[in-house]
Write a protein that binds this ligand. Structure first.
Ligand SMILES: *Cc1c(COP(=O)(O)O)cnc(C)c1O
Length: 474
């Protein structure tokens, strides 16, 4: 396949979409894709973004209800981030932070992250992604307990259906059977308990009762393996890729109490919930918990440049400083100057435009109300939103409670079908298991854009109903 010169241009009118799709299919292995189906499946080519909107190579305008991949918190087309990156590229495109060297962007970003994070955080370890951040977490908490004189505290407890990344440690911490079965995972000493999904496990209970029950699974597991062997518990404040699982309000305070009781470190994976998505700088603040470590990535740069890392709490840093000895861990790109300047400018935008405050008290509650009202649609069994995250399940028939709804046969793949109809209508959502559709739009959406997104979602739902009726599935 020859790439014609005009296809390299950043102008969708001049792109030969079919040629580019064929070249993509011929040479590009996509993440989380079935390579047997590669030849038949074509990929949509995105060419431009502005605010909450994307344009593909055929000129379609799409409202991005997923903020890229849960990350473009400030929206697309921010020239000031591009300018900051350009300036740093010219000044100093790279230097490492090994061997007692540093540079201004890493210094400034570390100080800024400490300023906006909860008070127990005064230090940052930089990585290139969320997965690398979580690899760092695994090594750091085990190193901490060794230094502390409890080397047998090795086990990290996570949850089924959690997502913590795709590296060996990230996928091990995650609770996806589909990932564990490829590569001999999880790594030793990483175990999982049930997730706080009210839809999955709450039948016959109130939300509050179920939240306490789901938290009690942590205590049972700690007692099973012996608290003296447990290093840490890790969780996303709200599970993202697993399907926007909003925990009952009683869950996190009880998890905090259990961690405190047994002296176990609490790790919040804030790769999605951080940087304003729940209307706070960090999702931990929404739930009133005090983690010892926070993993971040995605929203820290709004995805403009890869960057991730870990906020490391005083409890850990003070021990490592007191005991001494090198932490034998780091990445070439730890604190990459380009990622750091992009993050600094991204955080400046979030602050100057009061985006986090708006999600907290204005646009977040507005979106929640509008999104949850989708549960009135005949195809939607339940819809939950929190901040700028939401999810809804498509059902064949509604029952007296959400636990009595009748799902579709999973083999029919109604979720992905609906997602495709939504895209035809002009809005991007993501389909996850259980015919659940999730959203995580840019935090900049105005009321009018929220209205438009909801309108397009309803159009997509209506189209899906029509399609299912034609196929005699409804
Ligand atoms: C995306 C994600 C990760 C992994 O981040 P990458 O940058 O893809 O490595 C980890 N944790 C959570 C909660 C995520 O959503």
């Amino acid at each position: 396949m020859e790439l014609r010169e005009e296809n390299r241009m950043n102008n969708h009118e001049k792109i030969d979409t079919q040629c580019m799709q064929e070249t993509d299919a011929a040479h590009h292995l996509h993440p989380f894709a079935d390579y047997r189906l590669k030849k038949e499946q074509t990929s949509r080519i995105m060419v431009r973004g502005e605010g909450a909107y994307l344009w593909d190579s055929e000129g379609n305008r799409l409202l991005d209800g997923m903020a890229g991949l849960w990350c473009t918190n400030v929206g697309y087309g921010r020239k000031s981030i591009a300018d900051a990156v350009h300036g740093q590229m010219v000044q100093l495109p790279f230097y490492n932070t090994f061997f007692h060297t540093t540079h201004i962007p890493a210094i400034e970003l570390a100080a800024k992250l400490v300023e906006i994070s909860p008070p127990q955080f005064n230090h940052v370890f930089f990585a290139g992604s969320g997965s690398e951040g979580n690899d760092t977490v695994v090594r750091l908490v085990r190193h901490y307990w060794s230094k502390k004189g409890n080397p047998e505290r090795q086990v990290i407890i996570s949850r089924n259906n959690a997502y913590h990344g795709s590296t060996m440690a990230g996928a091990s911490l995650g609770g996806w059977q589909s990932m564990h079965s490829q590569g001999g995972l999880p790594l030793p000493g990483i175990i999982h308990i049930g997730q706080p999904s009210y839809l999955e496990g709450g039948k016959g209970k109130t939300q509050e009762e179920f939240g306490l029950e789901a938290a009690s699974w942590l205590e049972q597991k700690i007692l099973d393996i012996g608290a003296e062997n447990v290093a840490a518990f890790i969780g996303e404040p709200v599970q993202g890729a697993g399907g926007v699982i909003v925990p009952p309000v009683t869950y996190w305070p009880e998890i905090q109490r259990i961690c405190d009781k047994y002296g176990i470190l609490l790790i919040a994976d804030e790769v999605i919930c951080g940087f304003g998505r729940l209307g706070y700088w960090f999702g931990s603040e929404y739930f009133g918990i005090r983690p010892d470590l926070i993993t971040f990535a995605k929203g820290v740069t709004s995805g403009y440049v890869p960057l991730g890392g870990v906020l490391v709490g005083d409890r850990i840093v003070s021990t490592l400083m007191e005991k001494g000895g090198e932490f034998n861990h780091g990445f070439t790109y730890s604190g990459h100057p380009i990622g750091c300047v992009a993050a600094l400018e991204n955080i400046r935008i979030l602050e100057d435009e009061k985006i986090v405050e708006r999600v907290h008290s204005d646009t977040g509650p507005y979106l929640q109300k509008k999104f949850e009202a989708l549960a009135a649609h005949p195809l939607v069994g339940n819809a939950e939103a929190i901040g700028f995250l939401g999810g809804m399940n498509l059902v064949r028939q509604k029952g007296a409670t959400i636990h009595d709804n009748v799902p579709f046969d999973a083999a029919l793949q109604i979720g992905p079908t609906c997602r495709a109809h939504m895209i035809d209508c002009g809005v991007i959502m993501r389909a996850v298991a259980g015919d659940r559709l999730v959203m995580s739009p840019p935090l900049t959406l105005t009321h009018a854009e929220i209205d438009e997104m909801i309108k397009l979602i309803i159009l997509g739902l209506d189209k899906t109903v029509e399609d299912l009726r034609q196929r005699k599935l409804l």
